[in-house]
Design a protein around this ligand. Structure first.
Ligand SMILES: [Fe+2]
Length: 473
């Protein structure tokens, strides 16, 4: 069946829209530059401690815009190559729908989910959410790789040009090798094009792997922690830490049950939960608690509040639900863990909300610090459960070991296996990302979490259950 042909005014509209799209693609550098300048001037004018974070967000946004314009250009090329004579409205409709969806979806509620938040369990919403994030991460990474590849090609051509000029100068009467023609040969161009296609496909494959596999490929990390003041009775004491559970559409109860079974199978002496039990849905708290109620340890299960509990206002209700299951949330409280005549002092502090105004968070942070100081026992080993360790490194308070999470191993996207610090968290200026940190006599363990929030992808940041074994030497 043939498609009905377009009327003249319709054809004119389609043609002018295409011309507009081509202009956008042709001038993408100028457009991005125009967007950058006023924003940078504004941020520099009010430079404060959050300006770096805002500048990084802005850079990410601009790279995103540039990458979408770049891919729009490739899509137009593809459309013209494969359906040159067909009525263009089919692929025009696809491009228009894609552009509108990507921009609307990405511009809303930066940093706190998108139009369809990850607490929407409908299959179609989950599919759109997953597809969006796969495209978002894959298209930006592929754009950066293709740009780097293009820059390397230009650098190679420039080097050849310099080399050729040098040869010509030295051997004035000798014919220099025609390097430029070699570089511009059809064979080389074809090779470069094919390599660029392969290079640009890699991030999409990697993101698909992170979405479909690594996201729930949980790893049990065994970490020995030496504490000089540890009482002899606690030598070999084992603490299992679970963090950032985020029960929701992409972190199902079945997956959390699997994590609970793995934890119990390791037979820890005590279990520590370091916050963020749900994503954005208060209704999910009941199920999160029911699933975690399966955790077993002879010295008990303890926890602290994360920012998500504060942000959606469930700190009190989830504490009551946990208490009914025998799990104790430590909220500006301490608990004595005893073995014989000896003890450890376990402290828990609330994180507070991340969506509160900055000044309010500062006041809250200062208040929490004072409360923490009052809970420390100077002659005892103090272990702190806190969602993110704001005070670690700034103050030596006498806390021997802090257990925290929050950063999801570097924003769930990390290339630390290539170079330490190549992860989203570090790029945002977050000092503590994953693993063990030391500051004088104090130590901090940053757990990568087992769930996800925002993007349903983990790459280079596998979900983690930590088995910490305390030692004196
Ligand atoms: Fe979290």
């Amino acid at each position: 069946m043939t498609s009905p042909s377009l009327s003249k005014p319709q054809t004119a509209k389609v043609g002018s829209f295409l011309r507009f799209l081509r202009r956008v693609v042709a001038h993408w550098r100028a457009i991005v530059l125009l967007l950058i300048l006023p924003s940078v001037v504004f941020l520099e004018a009010r430079f404060d401690e959050f300006a770096r974070f805002d500048l990084i967000l802005l850079a990410l946004l601009l790279i995103f815009i540039a990458s979408q314009i770049f891919w729009l250009g490739r899509l137009i090329e593809l459309g013209e190559r494969f359906i040159p004579r067909r009525p263009r409205r089919v692929w025009l409709a696809i491009i228009a729908a894609w552009s509108i969806f990507v921009f609307l979806y990405s511009y809303s509620e930066w940093g706190h989910g998108h139009v369809i938040r990850p607490d929407d369990y409908r299959p179609q919403s989950m599919l759109i959410h997953a597809a969006f994030w796969w495209w978002f991460v894959g298209s930006i990474a592929a754009f950066l790789l293709v740009s780097a590849f293009g820059a390397a090609d230009r650098a190679a051509r420039a080097a050849w040009w310099v080399y050729r000029k040098g040869r010509t100068t030295i051997h004035r009467h000798t014919a220099a090798p025609d390097a430029e023609s070699t570089l511009l040969s059809p064979g080389r161009r074809r090779f470069l094009e094919q390599t660029a296609v392969l290079v640009s496909a890699t991030p999409f494959v990697a993101t698909g792997y992170g979405l479909l596999y690594e996201r729930q490929n949980v790893e049990v990390v065994r970490q020995r922690v030496r504490l000089a003041r540890l009482p002899k009775a606690f030598e070999g004491f084992r603490i299992a830490q679970l963090s950032d559970i985020h029960l929701g559409p992409f972190t199902t109860a079945d997956y959390i049950r699997r994590c609970v079974a793995i934890t119990n199978g390791s037979q820890p002496d005590l279990i520590a939960l370091t916050g963020d039990y749900v994503c954005w849905d208060p209704e999910a708290q009941g199920e999160a608690v029911r699933v975690l109620a399966g955790l077993r340890a002879p010295h008990g299960v303890f926890g602290c509040m994360g920012n998500h509990e504060a942000d959606i206002g469930i700190e009190d209700s989830i504490t009551r639900l946990f208490a009914a299951q025998g799990i104790r949330m430590l909220r500006q409280e301490r608990a004595s863990i005893r073995r014989g005549d000896e003890m450890l002092n376990l402290i828990g502090i609330d994180h507070g909300g991340d969506v509160a105004p900055d000044a309010e968070q500062q006041v809250e942070g200062d208040r929490r610090l004072q409360q923490l100081k009052a809970l420390i026992m100077p002659d005892t080993v103090n272990i702190l459960l806190i969602h993110y360790p704001h005070a670690f490194g700034d103050h030596e308070l006498g806390i021997d070991l802090t257990l925290a999470g929050d950063i999801h191993g570097g924003g769930q996207l990390s290339l630390d296996f290539i170079h330490p610090g190549l992860n989203l968290g570090s790029l945002m200026g977050v000092p503590y990302i994953r693993g063990l940190y030391k500051n004088g006599g104090e130590q901090l363990y940053m757990n990568r979490g087992i769930g996800i929030t925002g993007l349903p992808i983990r790459f280079g940041a596998r979900p983690e259950i930590t088995m910490l074994e305390l030692d004196r030497t």
